[in-house]
Design a protein around this ligand. Structure first.
Ligand SMILES: [Zn+2]
Length: 89
């Protein structure tokens, strides 16, 4: 799979946990313990987004209405796309 700029940018903000395979977010985090990143929209404006949500979008595409992204591994700082899953929000 080809790695896009956005995927690279996100992965550059992580370090890999060799044991669990988690990509641990190393930058800004929210008060409830999730990674946070700025997302630039196509119109040019920016907004703050949860890093794992941004990772899901970067690797798989938009999150469907009524769903949210969570880490199947249980680590709220993990953005490994293979650890992300959709659940009903
Ligand atoms: Zn993980």
């Amino acid at each position: 799979m080809q790695t896009t700029q956005e995927q690279k940018r996100l992965l550059n903000c992580t370090k890999v946990n060799e044991i669990t395979g988690c990509y641990i977010w190393t930058r800004k985090t929210s008060i409830d313990g999730y990674g946070q990143t700025m997302i630039k929209e196509s119109c040019g404006s920016v907004h703050l987004e949860r890093a794992h949500h941004a990772s899901y979008v970067a690797f798989y595409g938009e999150v469907p209405q009524g769903k949210k992204v969570r880490q199947g591994c249980g680590n709220s700082l993990c953005i490994n796309p293979e650890h992300l899953e959709l659940v009903v929000s």
